[in-house]
Design a protein. Structure first.
Length: 520
């Protein structure tokens, strides 16, 4: 496969497919992100509902605890009776305004029960500070003190041995405080039992700070190392707990990629079919064009042989012909020369199309070659009353291919003969610039219309107007002239004029480029 076909295939198939695939992936990722965000939002709403149930359960326990402390007041016997009557209470206490613990009294060990001794040991760090509950200490489990002054009742949490523990306290009018330590297991059982059970599309867990699963709801049981979709921290006094939501595999599936793959596959097949069809069509056109060029090349070569014979016998006929016959033979010679130029142009075009237009520029006298070509054309143009005028000359050596320059000049003068019949003169000038020489040819004929100027160098292009009607030609002359100029590392351009036409051929000077050039 040629390089052009590869580029065409990339442009028509691979690049569009890559772009569509990239855009499809971005779209699918956006859909997946939106889906995941929606899943997390729904999971967070569900966890917030469970958290509300936990707060309601805690508030109900606070109401009951407040009633118990109110009924017991500051009576030591009544406070001690609470722990035996209520399974939620482990040990009651009474703290004086000064911060001294009056019940249970560590100074009277004979009156202390086992629960009292365990309570004193577990809460020793609280009483040793000598500060009152509700004044500065509110939460010790977070590693910081939270100020909450002026509270009438509340919770105090702290860590001891197996985890967090809770005190519920109530302030009295004399600024003393009564309260009790919550029986941890009974408290957890009653608190979690009050949450109830509900339908869960996944799995909801209530987890302690050390990772202990306190509650789990849902038919789905996540694996040990499975990450939670959403996590929500509990509020005080359960701030060391947090909720977790795990999505079941059935509900955690991202948007189906099958639809995207199906659509992408359809587009890929469509682009591939169109691209391959165009590539094959392009390759077939190239083959046909190559065959046509080869055919034209072969025909042109075949025409050169009889044309040579015609010229030979034309010269022989001149030797024995009279004046009138010579006049007719001049017409034959002129038309033979025209046919020879057309064949030469076709052969040059064929070589150019095959990229085998090999030229051999060398340093030489450009003016001498131009004068030689002009002398060939001077009598032909004189018959059309068109004079050739030479302006300026060169003394510098120019790097060029003599045959190519003669063909370029011949093609331009041929156009003057065919299309500038109203012209009176053709002016040819040679000038030298810094690094190149310029050969300009201008006539005072009708010129080229503005709409045709951009296309005058296109192969096979011929303008349609009164000047070209009935004039034979292939439309290759200027196209071949420019190709020959470029092959010599020069250029051929048309210069816009108010009247007539002007073409400028630029060629490098010998001192700037004296190497042989081969145009492949």
């Amino acid at each position: 496969m040629s390089g052009r076909l590869v580029i065409l295939l990339l442009a028509l198939v691979v690049l569009p497919l890559g772009l569509i695939g990239w855009l499809g992936r971005l779209f699918w990722l956006r859909e997946a992100d939106e889906w995941q965000l929606k899943q997390k939002s729904q999971a967070l709403l569900e966890l917030q509902e469970w958290q509300q149930n936990l707060e309601h359960s805690l508030q109900a326990m606070e109401v009951k605890s407040h009633e118990w402390l109110t009924s017991a007041g500051m009576n030591e016997a009544a406070l001690r009776a609470l722990s035996s009557k209520q399974p939620l209470i482990r040990a009651a206490f009474h703290v004086e305004k000064s911060g001294k613990l009056r019940t249970p009294d560590s100074g009277r060990p004979d009156l202390l029960s086992d629960d009292d001794r365990d309570f004193l040991q577990g809460t020793n760090t609280i009483w040793s500070r000598g500060t009152m509950l509700g004044a500065t200490q509110q939460d010790e489990t977070a590693g910081r003190l939270q100020v909450r002054t002026g509270a009438a009742q509340g919770w105090h949490t702290w860590y001891h041995q197996d985890g967090p523990h809770w005190l519920y306290w109530r302030r009295h009018a004399d600024e003393s405080i009564t309260g009790f330590e919550i029986e941890r297991m009974a408290f957890l059982s009653r608190l979690i039992g009050g949450l109830g059970a509900g339908g869960v599309a996944g799995c909801v867990r209530l987890v302690s700070a050390d990772g202990e699963i306190l509650m789990q709801q849902g038919a789905f049981h996540p694996e040990t190392n499975m990450p939670a979709l959403v996590t929500l921290a509990c509020a005080f006094p359960m701030q060391h707990w947090h909720w977790q939501f795990f999505a079941s595999p059935a509900s955690a599936q991202a948007p189906a990629v099958g639809a995207y793959l199906l659509g992408f596959g359809g587009l890929a097949a469509l682009f591939a079919s169109v691209g391959l069809l165009l590539c094959f069509s392009y390759q077939r056109d190239l083959r046909e064009a190559s065959h046509r060029v080869s055919f034209v090349n072969q025909v042109s070569h075949e025409l050169k042989t009889p044309l040579t014979n015609i010229r030979l016998y034309l010269d022989l006929a001149r030797e024995s012909a009279g004046v009138e016959a010579n006049s007719m033979l001049d017409v034959v010679e002129e038309e033979t020369s025209r046919l020879s130029r057309m064949i030469h142009n076709v052969l040059t075009f064929a070589r150019h199309e095959k990229r085998s237009l090999g030229l051999h520029p060398v340093a030489g006298d450009l003016a001498a070659v131009v004068l030689r070509a002009v002398e060939i054309w001077r009598p032909l143009l004189a018959r059309k009353n068109i004079a050739i005028i030479m302006e300026d000359t060169l003394v510098q050596s120019v790097c060029f291919d003599a045959d190519a320059v003669e063909q370029i000049l011949g093609n331009m003068l041929s156009n003057v003969e065919k299309y500038a019949t109203s012209a009176t003169q053709v002016v040819i000038s040679l000038r030298v610039h810094v690094d190149h020489a310029e050969l300009s040819l201008r006539d005072d004929g009708p010129g080229v219309s503005k709409q045709d100027q951009p296309r005058v160098f296109e192969a096979f292009y011929r303008s349609r107007n009164d000047l070209t009607e009935g004039v034979s030609g292939t439309g290759l002359g200027l196209s071949i002239a420019r190709a020959l100029a470029v092959a010599q590392r020069g250029s051929l351009e048309m210069v816009e004029m108010a009247h007539g036409a002007c073409f400028v051929l630029s060629l490098p000077l010998a001192q700037t480029n004296s190497n042989v050039i081969s145009h492949a």
